[in-house]
Design a binder for this molecule. Structure first.
Ligand code: HPA
Length: 265
C-alpha cells in the first residue's frame, strides 16, 4: 500500500471513511517525535498522521522537535509529507477560511535546531523551491476534485513565535512579498529536503495578520476558524488517493547530490 505522511493537528483524526489501523510510536536518534504516528487507510493509501504540537497541543512552535518528527517519517519508510498549518493572511486578497498551497517561503525563525548537518558531515542543500512541485500538483488536483477553491501559490513567512507579530513587522513582510505568516514551516521543510523527502504545505488562513484589521488577534479565533474549515481540508485530503503516486519523478530524492562540502564521510 502507498504511504503518505501528514503533519497537522488533532482535528484531522476522524476523517470520514478513513479506517484507523494502528498507532506507531517511533524513537529516533534525534529524540522523540511530537507524538506517535497514527495510521489510517483510505482508497489504497496508508496515511501516517503526526500531531506537530503533541496530542494535548503542549509543544510550542519553537520547541517542536522537527528533526525527530521528520526522521520518524523517514524511519517509517515514508517519502512524501503533507504539512498542514494555520496562518495569518498578509495578502489583502486573502480572508479567513482561504486555503493556500504556497510555492515559496521566508525563514525568520531563530535558535531552532534546523539542520541534520551541524557538525562533521556538511551539506549545503538547495532550497530555491522549498516544496515538491509534483506534490503541489497532487494537492491542486485534489482540491479541484473536491470542489474547493484554493490559492495555488503564495509566500509563507515563518516567524519564531510563540508571540504574534507587530503591525510594523507585518507591513515589512508585506513589502518583502510575503503573503501568509505562520510559525512552523521552518525548519520543517528544510529537514525534509535534507532527508530527500517530498514535502508540500497546505495552509489555512485563520485570521487577518496583525495590524491589517483593527481587531485584537486571539487564539480562540484561530482555533475556531481551524475547526470551521476542517471539513474542507478533509475533503481535499480524501481526494488525494486519486492523484497520489509514490513514483518520484521530481528532484527531491536527489537533494543531496553534489551538495557535500565536508571531506569526511
Ligand atoms: N501569525 C503567526 N502565526 C499564525 C498566525 C499569525 O497571524 N495565525 C495562525 N498562525
Amino acid at each position: 500500500m502507498k504511504k503518505l505522511g501528514i503533519i497537522g493537528g488533532s482535528g484531522l483524526y476522524d476523517i470520514e471513511g478513513f479506517d484507523f489501523v494502528q498507532e506507531v510510536p517511533v524513537q529516533t536518534k534525534y529524540g522523540e517525535p511530537s507524538d506517535s504516528y497514527r495510521v489510517f487507510e483510505y482508497k489504497g493509501v496508508s496515511f501516517y498522521f503526526l500531531n506537530r504540537h503533541g496530542r494535548k497541543h503542549s509543544i510550542p512552535p519553537h520547541k517542536v522537535n522537527y528533526k525527530a518528527n521528520i526522521a520518524g517519517f523517514k524511519e517509517l519508510g515514508i517519502n512524501h509529507i503533507i504539512s498542514i498549518t494555520a496562518t495569518g493572511g498578509i495578502n489583502s486578497s486573502y480572508k479567513p477560511g482561504d486555503i493556500i498551497i504556497p510555492d515559496d517561503g521566508i525563514d525568520m525563525t531563530s535558535g531552532r535546531k534546523g539542520t541534520y548537518f551541524d557538525g562533521g558531515l556538511i551539506h549545503h542543500i538547495d532550497i530555491t523551491e522549498p516544496f515538491c512541485p509534483i506534490m503541489r500538483g497532487v494537492l491542486e488536483n485534489a482540491a479541484a476534485s473536491a470542489d474547493e477553491d484554493v490559492f495555488t501559490s503564495g509566500t509563507y513567512i515563518c516567524t519564531n513565535g510563540p508571540r504574534l507579530e507587530t503591525g510594523a513587522e507585518i507591513k515589512a513582510f508585506d513589502r518583502w512579498g510575503a503573503d501568509l505568516v505562520g510559525m512552523t514551516l521552518f525548519p520543517e521543510c528544510v529537514l525534509a529536503r535534507e532527508s530527500e523527502l517530498c514535502y508540500v504545505n497546505m495552509s489555512l488562513i485563520t485570521n487577518y495578520a496583525a495590524g491589517t484589521t483593527d481587531s485584537k488577534l486571539t487564539t480562540d479565533e484561530v482555533v475556531a476558524e481551524m475547526s470551521k474549515s476542517m471539513e474542507r481540508l478533509k475533503n481535499i485530503i480524501s481526494m488525494i488517493p486519486v492523484y497520489y503516486t509514490e513514483n518520484r519523478v521530481c528532484e527531491c530524492k536527489n537533494a543531496l547530490k553534489g551538495t557535500k562540502i565536508s571531506k569526511n564521510d
